[in-house]
Design a binder for this molecule. Sequence first.
Ligand SMILES: [Zn+2]
Length: 467
Amino acid sequence: MHVNAFLESKLWSSGSEWLSKSEENWPRESPLEPVPEELMERETVAAGATCSGKYNAIFTRYSHFNKMLRVVAWISRFRRNCQSRRLGQPSCLNATLTVEELERSKGLLLRLVQSESYLQEIKDLHTGKLVSPRSTVRALNPFQDEQGLLRVGGRLQHSNEPYESKHPILIPGNHPFTKLLARHYHHKLLHGGPRLMLAVIREQYWPVNGKRLLHGIIRSCYNCTRTNPTVKQPMGQLPYARVTPSRAFSNTGVDYCGPVYLRAPHRKAAPTKAYICVFVCFSTKATHLELVGDLSTAAFMSALRRFIARRGKPSHIHSDNGRNFIGARNELHEIYRRLQNQSELNHITNTCATEGIRWHLIPPKAPNFGGLWESAVKIAKRHLQRQLRNSLLNFEEMVSVLAQIEACMNSRPLAPLAEDTSDLSALTPAHFFIGCSLHSIPDPNLRDIPLNRLDRFQRLQEKAQQF
Ligand SMILES: [Zn+2]
């Protein structure tokens, strides 16, 4: 109807004609009952909906695996009941779903998942061919079981393991079904870690790229993130001395750790205390350990002199200022108290200044400035605790152990190791002293061997290494 015709319509503006008349003139007859024969017979048509997206809508509609499973089980039961009614068979009218029904719906969903992700592989297997070499699951040697599900072939055919874990069902790691399944297992295993989850899931399913998926599930879990947050502290800029190439120990940090107990020369005498003075190079992370008898300034100056004699004079020495340890019941409080004492500090800085060494204290209440030497102290302590446990060493033995620990610390690679076997050996702080790691096997000296015999010598060397 046109808009104007509609607006001019009297039925619209004033209603039916009889409404304006008195009640006696109102129509009396009631609407006619429809005659069954005249009713249009309509055939019930079952319509299937297809999803235009990458995955079926059922996988993205629900956020819980069990709910999705139950919905599919109810739909399957409805379908089966419709078929039974047509065939005149009794329908299932139980209020609860049975295990078989849930298993059937799981199988249905798994077949749907596999047909969405591994259609080509299923086609190949149907035609009796092997899976294409370009397939991402070729290495898993997949096969189809009697239910039409793709399973991992593996090499455990003759083991006593259950069939499900010998040949787990193949599922793609990036499918929403797998994400729901992983989340379901995560809650079932009381927020278990990725290793536990993967081990349990693999008893039945084989999620391709499972590790990455499970790490993502844990990262997105509210409870897990709340209880174990991975806080990434924004790190400040590294100081100039740390990022500028310089001679080893040219810029040095110094700190103390201890006490360590030394066996007295006389058996009956009580063990004596000693401390370890740790020198760390800023540019190469090389470490030098010195054993000092006490926390006096004189003992520190002796240690510094020994360090300079062996490693060369540093141009800058950085140290803690003692204010970070206020209130801490630390044995080392003494040395920091001395550093706070202006006359003691003046003595140290003056002695250093005459040698051309500049002494720097880190800012107060900023222990993060001393991260490099704190880390060196931690590593030295760890080596010492694991090596010595409760054994008591005398002075000589302790000096030897410290030298060995120093060698271990100076043989640590400066960068993470690569998995590549063709990589060269890692760069260590020791490379800056002797050109190789302190623990590497020495190369043979070939200087005295005539040039024409070098090849033969190398062959002999290789042969010797084989035995
Ligand atoms: Zn969790």
